[in-house]
Design a protein around this ligand. Structure first.
Ligand code: UDP
Length: 345
């Protein structure tokens, strides 16, 4: 039985996917700003562990359910001022292994959110992804650039297409129905609590380095990415949610510090060796794995992915503060205790 008695005076935010990696950091930041936060999460890739340090907070409540539970969603939408819609099937590994779930979750979930939001004219912030730029060849990627996706035979592009549908739908609700909608495209967001289970490279490499396994670099390792600290990303999302001019617009959120995956692996090793006092299990080994073996036959990767962040900078003055060194330090420190606990057991 849901029980809703929230005061109307401060901001009331509904975060879908709030028990996921980014959602948990966003929840914490909003609670620190005295917002009332409701998390709607079906625990598919999120977990209570991500938010356990926030349990019992008087301004926080959890609802464990699917986005497609109409009655629940209707009630939650009626009780908030803003919905931050993070819930989605994410992670290249998950996307490639379960393309049907990916497309259905992303498209039907966003559709359900927009319909509920419209009934109460609630602002919606939709999380999209740099995947929508696909194999774009003009760098850095700007919000209005053309997108270049690959064949439908490759399930990776189904993820990009599903998030593009989310963007089209959100913008259509804004233009046709006047619903306040903001879209933000997250570029490789990383930080403490991110899991490597769904393929994300930083937690995977850090975990491998800490436990003495060889670091798995896919392809030739010359593909590059820009990694943004989750706390910077959260600051950007909140800034956009508070900016009236951002409504009806699409924004990149990401770092511009580009690194090849091979360099990343080397820097992970260096950071782990510096911070892991006992050095137990540390490895210096990197092994190259062909994409077909890592993912699936015919898998296509992006060679580069770099955001142009001048638009968000212009609207809210945002730019990332954390460097890649800061990020690796934070991630390694957050994962080291696990190892110490294992050793102690
Ligand atoms: N990658 C890697 N080793 C891993 C996991 C990922 O070399 O164990 C590569 C992956 O092929 C991609 C990059 O790291 O080129 C970033 O992968 P991730 O899944 O984190 O994000 P993506 O940018 O692909 O969405």
């Amino acid at each position: 039985m849901l029980n809703f008695h929230l005061p109307r005076k401060s901001s009331r935010i509904l975060i879908t996917g709030g028990m996921g990696f980014i959602g948990s950091h966003l929840t914490e930041a909003l609670l620190n700003k005295d917002c009332h936060v409701t998390i709607l999460d079906n625990l598919s890739t999120g977990s209570f562990e991500n938010v356990q340090h926030l349990m019992g907070h008087p301004n926080l409540r959890f609802v464990v359910d699917n986005l497609t539970s109409e009655v629940v969603l209707d009630r939650l939408a009626s009780e908030c001022d803003t919905i931050i819609h993070l819930a989605a099937a994410v992670g290249v590994k998950l996307v490639v292994e379960d393309p049907a779930r990916t497309i259905e979750t992303n498209v039907m979930g966003t559709d359900a959110i927009l319909q509920a939001a419209l009934r109460y004219r609630v602002k919606v912030m939709i999380a999209s992804t740099s995947e929508v730029y696909g194999k774009g060849i003009r760098f850095p990627f700007s919000e209005d650039d053309d997108v270049v996706l690959g064949s439908t035979a490759n399930s990776r592009w189904g993820y990009a297409a599903s998030k593009m549908v989310d963007e089209f739908l959100g913008l259509a609700y804004y233009r046709q129905k006047g619903l306040p909608v903001v879209i933000f495209r997250l570029f490789n967001t990383v930080g403490p609590r991110q899991t490597g289970h769904y393929g994300m490279v930083v937690p995977r490499l850090v975990q491998q380095a800490i436990s003495g396994e060889q670091l798995t670099v896919y392809g030739d390792g010359q593909q590059s990415r820009c990694f943004c600290h989750v706390e910077d990303a959260v600051r950007a999302i909140i800034g956009l949610s508070e900016c009236p001019e951002a409504v009806g617009q699409v924004f990149n959120i990401g770092s511009t510090e580009e690194v090849s995956i091979l360099q990343l692996a080397q820097r992970v090793l260096k950071t782990v060796n510096q911070l892991d006092g006992d050095g137990l299990g540390s490895t210096d080994d990197i092994k190259f794995i062909p994409y077909a073996q890592a993912y699936a036959e015919g898998f296509e990767d992006m060679r580069r992915r770099v955001p142009n962040i001048s638009k968000i900078n212009q609207y809210i003055g945002w730019q990332p503060r954390a460097t890649l060194d800061d990020i690796l330090r934070d991630v390694v420190l957050s994962m080291l205790p696990d190892k110490l606990n294992v050793n102690a057991a």
